[in-house]
Design a protein around this ligand. Structure first.
Ligand code: ADP
Length: 210
């Protein structure tokens, strides 16, 4: 099963990709996570993308595509995967078409108001990447990950300024992908404005049994 999870920042792509990855036993490939990890480890890639990611702008297509191409060539991706956060532009999607055949695109839909509310209260585990929300999905112990005990932090691009920019970037550069994949008849919409469990139930219906 080769899947793309599409949708604005805060739509729940990452949260759902983690759940679906576990249930369907396919890897979650998140370009955002790859960039954040590189920034944290201060690698060459990390140095190149730090400012861009911090502002909420997009990393250049060529760089992102070659990274994904290499990742998809790894053995664990041969039986399927979830692309979470890629493609994000028409050129990225066109490049992906050249070397992969995608089975299904899940388009998570949610209002701007909910996006801003979700992202401004988001917390992420520094250790395992688990996602929380201070109000809607708090960890049991404040600042500590339920899953691994790691420390929670607020992503540096979850400031109001960067969130607003990411929403604009999404509308301009990524939203055209909805009609790109709709035309190919492989896109399905899912309302992700409620809880992760509610969204997961809809995704299960759409994908069928693992
Ligand atoms: P969100 O969906 O919450 O905005 P992500 O974790 O998917 O967050 O991405 C974080 C940042 O990483 C983006 O704002 C962008 O700077 C960079 N990024 C992630 N995926 C891509 C991509 N496919 N193309 C270009 N930049 C990307």
């Amino acid at each position: 099963m080769k899947l793309i999870f599409l949708g604005p920042p805060g739509a729940g792509k990452g949260t759902l990709a983690a759940l679906v990855s576990k249930e369907y036993r396919i890897p979650q490939i998140s370009t955002g996570d790859i960039f954040r990890d590189a920034i944290k480890r201060e690698t060459e890639l990390g140095k190149k993308v730090k400012e861009i990611v911090g502002r909420g702008d997009l990393v250049p297509d060529e760089l992102t595509v070659s990274l994904v191409r290499e990742r998809l060539g790894q053995p664990d991706a041969s039986g399927g995967y979830i692309l979470d956060g890629f493609p994000r532009t028409i050129p990225q999607a066109a490049a992906l078409d050249e070397f992969q055949k995608i089975d299904s695109v899940v388009n998570f839909t949610v209002s701007d108001k909910i996006v801003i509310e979700r992202l401004s209260g988001r917390e992420v585990c520094k250790n395992c990447g688990a996602i929380y929300h201070v109000k809607n999905m708090p960890s049991k112990v404040k600042g500590v990950c339920d899953r691994c005990g790691g420390p929670l932090y607020t992503r540096p691009d979850d400031t109001l300024e960067s969130i607003t920019n990411r929403l604009e970037v999404y509308k301009k550069q990524t939203e055209p992908l909805v009609s790109y994949y709709r035309k190919k008849k492989i896109l399905r919409d899912i309302d992700s404005s409620k809880s992760p469990e509610d969204t997961l139930t809809q995704v299960r219906k759409l994908l069928g049994k693992p």
